[in-house]
Design a protein around this ligand. Sequence first.
Ligand SMILES: [Zn+2]
Length: 300
Amino acid sequence: MADSTDLSLAANWIRSSSSILIAAGAGLSASAINPHYNVGLDYTSVAAFRKLYPRMTQVSSMRCMYDAIGKHDWSPELMWGYLFTHVNKCRYNWGPTDVYQDLKAIISNQSIDSFVVTTNADGMFEQNKFDMSRFLSTQGDYSLLQCLKPCSRESVYDARPFIDHGLPHVDQQTMEVPSEFVPRCPRCHGPMFFCVRGGDWFIESAFAVGRKRYHDFIHRAIDQKQGLCTIIEIGVGFNTPSVLRWPMDELVSRFPHVRLIRVNMHAPDVPIHARKEKRAIGFDGNAADIVRQLKEFSLR
Ligand SMILES: [Zn+2]
């Protein structure tokens, strides 16, 4: 259980804020328990991987979902057999989960100007029916495929038809998909991958609209100082700290009307001056538990 004095203070910030920014990293989805599998979408968990992909532990050297990132020692047939299965299961069919629904309840007050920025490409906010006009996915999204070359900045495609085409042909024993279902770029017939920040081939312009909206939100909430702005940062670690973690530290350090609620199991520390001025609080412990308590305290 988190300290109730800290929870009360954090809930007060939420209640008295005119804007709320949710900044989410891998730790948030790791605590999003799917009731069917009874595991969170935890990319580093060996147990979750075994439960979600029992065959993959037999046919590959993978031990967890994170092992697929940057993996080169597998055939395109196995890679796409796995990726079709994974993206279908997690990006499209994970479904609503308690921690995301609690988070949505916290920003449900219509008078609050809210925005979500995340490094997660898993589409969890969309799956939990957040307002996608107030959303930026900074590292890409598994719902899009792109040319790996890329042959054109326009070579970004909805992944769904490729998955629907290939998924029924994934061999459930070998986890491979026949070569003809490996996605090829419709424009140049070269190899494709998901539109995520995996290298300098990433077509970031696919997310330009969200980025513009994020900058507009920051302008309204921070620069124009329209009342208190509370940042709720959840599960953002040190994998890519320059994307979310350090910018959130900077916002609360620079602007007196900003508050930071940091939820992080491993690294809940906040900038020391902001903590002394009671403008920043860190909570360790399970993200789902902390978010539920934040919701209960702030909706009282
Ligand atoms: Zn191409």
